[in-house]
Ligand binder design. Structure first.
Ligand SMILES: NC(=O)c1ccc[n+]([C@@H]2O[C@H](COP(=O)([O-])OP(=O)(O)OC[C@H]3O[C@@H](n4cnc5c(N)ncnc54)[C@H](OP(=O)(O)O)[C@@H]3O)[C@@H](O)[C@H]2O)c1
Length: 330
């Protein structure tokens, strides 16, 4: 089978490798679609801790179980599934343990014809989704789910701001918070995304590239009880400005790096909280899939590539401007 493998010196290449087989307690999934995450980009750029050469990249996948190992229920065979990318979250639901890893580094991932995982990583695919849409869920939707509900405690009536609506994770956070009944505003640097978010029910849509957007947001929307961000950098201070008293900023990334300063004065006066968040535990993964089914949430797909062009898919995920996830189709 063809697989996207990380080589020496941070190269990635589609390479021929032997098909894997399911061992004890494992299943083999024939991939139908996989999604690209920023993680794949960071690994391909050599900017991720613990990169191991020879490993197949890819954390997200949807497909069909075509082989079961010893001790696995045969009823999984021929089932359409999505894969929980968590490996060894550990016993504490609040934080992953020391041996926690994510599918696709250091264990072989989903950018290949087949992937072998423990049977307990499988979830039946939500029936309202296509394989492409289902593949968009695992890593990004899990991250958004924890940010919204474990840390953000989103509920009806809350005022929420999701920054960078076009992002793979952010667009899920937007849809989840809305489905929970919150009033949700967004920011984006792209007109198309601002329009799309308004069509999807955003109360307000602000362009973070406009110099006076903070003043506009304060005037039009007032403050926010919860702000969900992954951009970081100096604009993080703008988010503190927009926080309601006793509000919380949940952040799960820092794509724009560290802020050169942090407005601690404003933060303590507002009795505000800054809360980091990463992925989510196995219970949250199940709850996220159930939530997606219950609310019939359909991921947005920004770009689709045939698997043969997976390297381009990773490079081009940097080209922002379209909301949602980049998908590779097998
Ligand atoms: N902790 C975790 O478990 C976890 C999981 C997934 C991702 N992450 C991290 O989270 C970040 C986003 O990941 P992703 O997969 O969603 O990436 P992505 O799909 O590439 O989205 C990134 C988005 O960031 C937005 N953005 C850029 N500059 C911004 C700014 N100044 N203010 C607000 N938004 C800005 C853009 O939104 P517009 O296009 O709308 O302008 C862009 O679409 C990455 O750093 C990633 O490594 C962490």
């Amino acid at each position: 089978m063809k697989a996207l493998i990380v080589g020496e010196n941070n190269t990635i290449a589609l390479t021929e490798m032997a098909e894997p087989h399911a061992g004890d307690g494992e299943v083999r999934v024939k991939l139908k679609a996989a999604a690209v995450n920023k993680r794949d980009y960071w690994i391909s750029a050599g900017k991720y801790p613990g990169i191991v050469p020879g490993v197949v990249l890819g954390s997200d996948g949807a497909g069909v179980v075509d082989e079961t190992g010893a001790g696995v229920r045969k009823t999984w065979l021929h089932k359409a599934v999505i894969i929980n990318p968590n490996i060894n979250w550990g016993p504490n639901p609040a934080v992953q343990g020391k041996t926690y890893t994510i599918l696709g580094m250091p264990t072989h991932g989903t950018f290949a014809g087949y992937v072998v995982v423990k049977a307990d990583r499988l979830q039946p695919m939500p029936t309202h989704l296509t394989f492409d849409e289902a593949a968009a869920l695992p890593l990004a939707a899990l991250t958004a789910y924890r940010a919204c509900f474990f840390h953000g405690q989103v509920n009806a009536g809350m005022k929420v701001l999701v920054s960078g609506f076009g992002g793979g994770v952010a667009h899920f956070a937007f849809m989840f918070a809305r489905a929970a009944g919150a009033a949700v505003a967004i920011t984006s640097g792209h007109e198309r995304n601002l329009v799309k978010a308004k069509e999807m029910g955003a109360t307000h849509a602000f362009n973070y590239r406009q110099q006076n957007w903070i003043e506009t947001a304060s005037m039009q929307a007032g403050g926010f009880d919860l702000i969900i961000d992954s951009a970081g950098g100096d604009p993080f201070n703008d988010l503190i400005h927009l926080l309601n008293p006793a509000g919380k900023i949940v952040f799960y990334g820092a794509s724009n790096g560290l802020p050169t300063h942090l407005d601690l004065y404003r933060l303590f006066w507002k009795q505000g909280t800054i809360q980091g968040s990463t992925m989510g535990n196995d219970e949250e993964f199940k709850a996220m899939v159930a939530f997606v089914e219950k609310h019939q949430i359909t991921p947005l797909i920004s770009r689709r590539y045939p698997f043969a062009q997976v390297e381009n898919a990773i490079k081009e995920m940097q080209k922002a401007g379209l909301p949602g996830k980049t998908i590779v189709v097998f």
